[in-house]
Design a binder for this molecule. Structure first.
Ligand SMILES: [Zn+2]
Length: 486
């Protein structure tokens, strides 16, 4: 099957960098892009007429929690734990998480992929589905939804616990506990890498820098070198973690990853904002500090701005990391799982952090969401539209109420486009969205399932909150409910 796309703009790649091709064509044969140019005279089975659209590489989300993020929506907004520096890790999210029944994860997983595809996202680095749904079901769902996904098993030998009201610390479970999980993670990589017709990229997921001991981090490093698979860990993600790392090791999270050797070009760090020198931490860097360690290692930081914006916080800054030589990807972490929205947040938070209009430019952000993500997972064939690349493509209409007048489609993508403007999404040369319609799942049915499932979760919160609080106490309604007849 040969598919041709005629686009008003193509965000193409000239072999060195992204370039804008006006009134061009992209030809896809099987899974590959075979031609990018002004015209094409060969045989084409199906034309996609994108005459008012931009044709972009599909976005690569470098941090996703597909099974659990949907529950955050309308729940974590406007709330947080003051004593945890406004994070809801260890607080609201724990009660919400415990209120989910195993069957709920199935609905959420499919919904997350539907949300992401609709925002032009073609690849996700997803953490959590394997642990909640099991490997077989996870791979089956990804296969059905037509996405490309990096998946792996959780590895840790510590757990967060607390004494007193807010003294959260790591309780160590013993290295044997971690080594057993590492064995399972290795089995997953060996069995599932390349599954779903090559769309599964198997990885290893040591959970968080403060729940994986130095010994276990070294063992993960050794195994990753053998298996040659990507690794992702949560690190530098909240104030309590940063402070606990200083207390435990007298090292920042990034310094500790450097010391254990886990920091390397195959490592993706979610979220990586809590580094020495960040204004919220009052911890000055030594020399060039964490940014230099990150840059020299070739590791990727997944910039996932929305979840932190909700807490009044931001990375300092997208542009400063890039300038220091750090590879950045963009991810979601919370709901809505919308790459266009995260790209916008990444741009705006960078400008705010630097007090500068030059910071977080559309080109920087678009490149992080495509080429940065591809580099993060070691795939030179993704994140670009060029002959020989794999055909993961998003087509977005620029002549919509959101986007007119459009002069520069990259700026419009970052500053004004929404999911409603995404008309076609192709993964591995196959259309999963056509004319705005998801071809892989019944959207209306999915929406109704998600609403019902999540209502039941909210109703179970009092049983699982550490103070027995109801969902409307934990996360109050914006306006007090009112019944005029009462
Ligand atoms: Zn996360």
């Amino acid at each position: 099957m040969v598919i041709g796309i005629k686009g008003k703009w193509i965000i193409a790649h000239d072999g060195e960098k992204p370039r804008l091709l006006r009134d061009g064509v992209v030809i896809v044969e099987g899974k590959k892009i075979t031609h990018v140019g002004k015209t094409y005279n060969g045989k084409v089975d199906k034309w996609i007429d994108a005459k008012t659209h931009v044709v972009s590489p599909g976005f690569i989300a470098t941090h996703i929690h597909g099974a659990s993020a949907p529950k955050d929506k309308s729940f974590i907004d406007d709330v947080g734990a003051r004593h945890f520096y406004m994070s809801s890790l260890g607080e609201n999210l724990t009660a919400l998480g415990k209120s989910i029944k195993p069957e709920d994860f199935h609905v959420f997983a499919k919904y997350s992929m539907a949300e992401l595809l609709k925002s032009g996202c073609t690849t996700m680095v997803e953490i959590g589905m394997v642990g909640t749904l099991g490997p077989e079901t996870t791979v089956k769902y990804i296969d059905e939804m037509g996405m490309r996904a990096v998946e792996g098993c959780n590895i840790e030998d510590g757990s967060w616990t607390r004494n007193q009201k807010a003294n959260l610390y790591t309780e160590w479970l013993g290295i044997e506990h971690g080594m057993k999980l590492l064995d399972e993670a290795e089995k997953f990589v060996k069995k599932y890498d390349g599954a779903a017709d090559g769309r599964i990229i198997a990885a290893m997921y040591p959970s968080t820098v403060d729940k994986v001991s130095a010994e276990l981090q070294k063992a993960v490093r050794e195994k990753a070198n053998q298996l040659k698979c990507p690794v992702s860990i949560h690190a530098a993600q909240w104030v309590v973690e940063f402070q606990n790392m200083i207390r435990m090791y007298a090292k920042t999270p990034i310094e500790f990853l450097h010391e254990t050797g886990l920091l390397g070009p195959d490592l993706i760090i979610g979220h990586g904002w809590a580094i020495a020198g960040h204004p919220l931490l009052a911890y000055p860097p030594e020399g060039e500090g964490d940014l230099k360690l990150l840059a020299e290692s070739g590791a990727t930081v997944s910039h996932d701005p929305l979840v932190f914006v909700k807490r009044g916080n931001k990375m300092h800054s997208h542009s400063q990391y890039l300038e220091a030589g750090v590879n950045l990807g963009i991810g979601c972490d919370t709901s809505p799982q919308d790459m266009l929205n995260e790209m916008r947040m990444a741009s705006y938070t960078s400008k705010l952090a630097d007090w500068s209009c030059f910071s977080g430019s559309a080109a920087e952000i678009h490149s992080s969401a495509t080429l940065g993500g591809a580099r993060a997972i070691g795939r030179k064939d993704l994140g670009r539209i060029t002959p020989g690349a794999t055909a993961d493509i998003a087509i977005i209409n620029m002549e919509t109420l959101n986007n007119v007048p459009c002069r520069d489609p990259v700026k419009a993508l970052v500053n004004s486009a929404t999911r409603e403007d995404v008309t076609h999404v192709m993964v591995d040369g196959k259309l999963v969205i056509e004319n705005g319609e998801l071809l892989v799942i019944d959207e209306a049915k999915l929406v109704s399932q998600v609403q019902k499932t999540t209502q039941a979760i909210w109703d179970r919160i009092p049983e699982n909150h550490y103070l027995g609080q109801h969902s409307d106490v934990v996360s109050p309604q914006s306006y007090e409910p009112w019944d005029p007849d009462q």
